[in-house]
Design a protein around this ligand. Structure first.
Ligand code: ADP
Ligand code: ZN
Ligand code: ZN
Length: 662
């Protein structure tokens, strides 16, 4: 009898695979059940090996308990994308496999991988005859449709230039060929609007996949796409490896968006993984944005990506004017200057909608004692508590713990405790008092958490005439609000004076995206930027609203400073109950890298916030001239870590291509 040996990945935070034997042959990417210690676990077959390479404690190779599935869980190109991701991000292979597996398959259940037999046939609803593509749309679409293999394309179109219409027609083209298409968006809240537009165009089920769906629903969409029962899937970064049958193309909408980056656990970029997948499948990938990432723009310059420009809005309307408003000496209510208030009033009188952008949820970010200066902070994190009036609680935005309101100061006993600063809830309240008859619609994490709430909110916005929308960055992305003629940015200064690298890139993307929500039907649309730094040099650039100029400037500066995308960065994060633990570890890491040519190291530095859930946090920033060299250095470093006693006292992780430096 033949015996086969396999390396199996298991969902554990370990880098290696475990060897098992089997009397039957099993395909790579299959799901198997294996004994592990006293437990039985689900594992994924990574490779067949000729000689067993690792032994369990007893020195014998255990046998795979069950490998009964007819269909493999991960087909070749997805399997290879996962292997690549595990190497590129230096993340334990089992965890990478399991993060792209429907939850239901991660455990031993009686659910198996088989067709659901609910096949969706797509019928095209041709847009009405009056709907003619603009010249720009038409010319670009013709070229885009001809792209066959892996040839990344940037669809660089100002907000309202009809990018989504191009996505719809590209999808149509793919479906006609009998293939399938995956469309990624950065946030769950962007799905309903896009789904509605696809449903209008295609009779047939559109698959939707994101983390707020039930495991059963997700499993079903996963199965249906795997067996070609649905051919269109719209999802967030967690759907980047959806097993669509005969995948014909991937679209990444708002490719610059930071939400593509997972910020904890397996810190991957959904956009970058999509690009890798498209490369391995040798299919076209379309990256769309009005404010592309510097990384993408650099690759366009190097002729590795092709660029397709949409310079004009579909409606021919001019982009809104960006107007900085100096609030240094202005009376303020809830973060809104008096002058701003009257501009809002004028728009409302005309029956128009106003969008107020403030990047902070809750009522007030500070709860402070006037007598002694005590500030309410989380007991587990080094983070100030945010007062949420709707819940009558103080909430930590780092760990989501809720605390009762202190009647008196715990330090000095004074009753003179007040809230300071403004969040979406306070702005909503101030506006409700000022405009009693106008609908005030708040859009933030708290108001959109319940199922169906986001759909209801958009419905209300579309059906209202004059209205004021108050929201966080959630409101600034991708949406089409035809009635909005005025945007107000309450506190741009946080972004403008930020010490972060690439601050200009980020803040200009954000402001230009917000302003893109205004004036889709109006030539006179305005964006008011409240600021205490009207002469700020970044603001002067942003005021032009010309992202092409701004990004050229950013690329030039970053090249001079050899900052990303002209170098590669990894942050080594270490957390430990005592500060000494993570400092010893990071100091040794820094010392170890000191003789590596071309590598520069900064730190250890305290992370912000310094404490979360009782643990102290520090980090080290490693910069390398290239990605491949960084990868080699990190491989070496990881092997070093395995030998150090210092490593035992910390939880460490790599953040490769970090979005923010903290
Ligand atoms: P973007 O995705 O670039 O912001 P959209 O595709 O959402 O732009 O287009 C903005 C609006 O213009 C949408 O309401 C869309 O239906 C409409 N639109 C798109 N293309 C055309 C066209 N060729 N003619 C008329 N309206 C269009
Ligand atoms: Zn006090
Ligand atoms: Zn906390």
């Amino acid at each position: 009898m033949n015996i086969f040996y396999y390396d199996i990945a298991i969902s554990l935070p370990v880098r290696q695979c475990f060897t098992y034997k089997s009397v039957i042959k099993i395909k790579k990417g299959s799901r198997v059940i294996v004994p592990f210690g006293k437990k039985t676990l689900v594992g994924i077959v990574v490779r067949k090996i000729s000689q067993p390479s690792s032994f369990n404690k007893a020195g014998v190779i255990k046998e795979i308990i069950s490998a009964s599935e007819k269909f493999t869980c991960f087909d070749k190109s997805i399997f290879n994308t996962i292997l690549w991701a595990s190497e590129y991000y230096h993340h334990p292979i089992g965890e990478v496999f399991f993060s792209f597996m429907p939850t239901i398959l991660r455990n031993q259940t009686n659910k198996i991988i088989e067709p659901t037999k609910e096949i969706s046939n797509y019928v095209l609803n041709i847009p009405d005859k009056n709907f003619k593509l603009t010249g720009e749309q038409d010319a670009n679409l013709n070229k885009l449709k001809k792209i066959k293999n892996f040839n990344p394309s940037l669809i660089y179109g100002v907000t309202g230039s009809g990018k989504t219409e191009i996505y719809l027609r590209l999808a149509e083209n793919i479906i006609k060929k009998g293939k399938s298409i995956l469309i990624l968006v950065p946030e769950i809240n962007l799905i309903p609007q896009l789904e509605a537009r696809f449903k209008k165009r295609f009779a047939g089920d559109i698959g939707v996949y994101h983390s707020r769906m039930t495991p059963n629903k997700r499993f079903k969409v996963w199965l249906r796409s795997k067996f070609g029962e649905i051919q269109i899937v719209i999802g967030t970064r967690s759907s980047v490896l959806m097993p669509l049958k005969d995948l014909g193309a991937i679209i990444v909408d708002e490719e610059h968006d930071q939400s593509y980056k997972q910020s904890e656990g397996f810190r991957f970029s959904g956009r970058d993984l999509a690009i890798k997948r498209a490369q391995l499948e040798d299919i076209p990938i379309f990256l769309g944005s009005a404010t592309p990432s510097l990384q993408t723009l650099k690759l366009v310059r190097e002729k590795k990506y092709k660029k397709f420009d949409l310079l004009r809005r579909v409606d021919g309307k001019k982009p809104p004017k960006l107007i900085p408003l100096d609030i240094t000496n202005s009376p303020m209510v809830g973060g809104i200057a008096l002058q701003t208030m009257s501009i809002i009033g004028e728009a409302i009188k005309k029956g128009e909608q106003v969008l107020i952008f403030i990047n902070r949820r809750g009522f007030a970010p500070l709860y402070e004692c006037n007598a002694c200066g005590w500030v309410a902070s989380c007991s587990a994190c080094e983070s100030n508590l945010v007062f949420h009036k709707s819940k009558n609680r103080l909430i930590c935005h780092k760990c989501e713990s809720a605390f009762a309101i202190n009647e008196k100061c715990p330090d000095c006993g004074s009753h003179d405790i007040h809230t300071y600063g403004n969040g979406t809830e306070r702005v909503e309240e101030v506006l409700k008092n000022a405009f009693t008859k106008v609908p005030i619609i708040r859009v933030d994490y708290d108001s959109t958490r319940l199922k169906g709430s986001i759909e209801a909110i958009y419905e209300k916005i579309q059906s209202s005439n004059e209205a004021i929308l108050v929201g966080t960055q959630m409101l600034s992305k991708g949406h089409d609000f035809p009635k909005v003629t005025l945007c107000v940015i309450l506190n741009a200064d946080n972004g403008l004076i930020s010490p972060e690298i690439n601050a200009l890139e980020k803040v200009s993307q954000q402001l230009i995206q917000v302003s893109g929500r205004a004036g889709r039907n109006n030539n006179l649309a305005k964006v008011i930027i409240q600021t205490r730094y009207p002469d700020d040099i970044n603001l002067k650039q942003i005021k032009t609203g010309d992202y092409r100029l701004i990004s050229d400037q950013c690329l030039k500066v970053n090249k001079e400073l050899s900052m990303p995308p002209y170098s590669s960065i990894c942050i080594v994060r270490a957390i430990s109950p005592k500060i000494k633990g993570s400092l010893d570890f990071l100091n040794r890491a820094s010392l170890t890298l000191s003789n590596k040519r071309g590598i520069s190291v900064v730190g250890p530095l305290p992370s912000i916030p310094f404490k979360i859930k009782g643990n102290t946090r520090n980090h080290l920033v490693i910069k390398s001239p290239t990605k491949t060299y960084l990868n080699r250095v990190l491989k070496f470093l990881t092997e070093e870590f395995d030998r150090w006693p210092e490593t035992k006292k910390v939880k460490w992780s790599y953040d490769i291509d970090p979005y923010d430096m903290n």
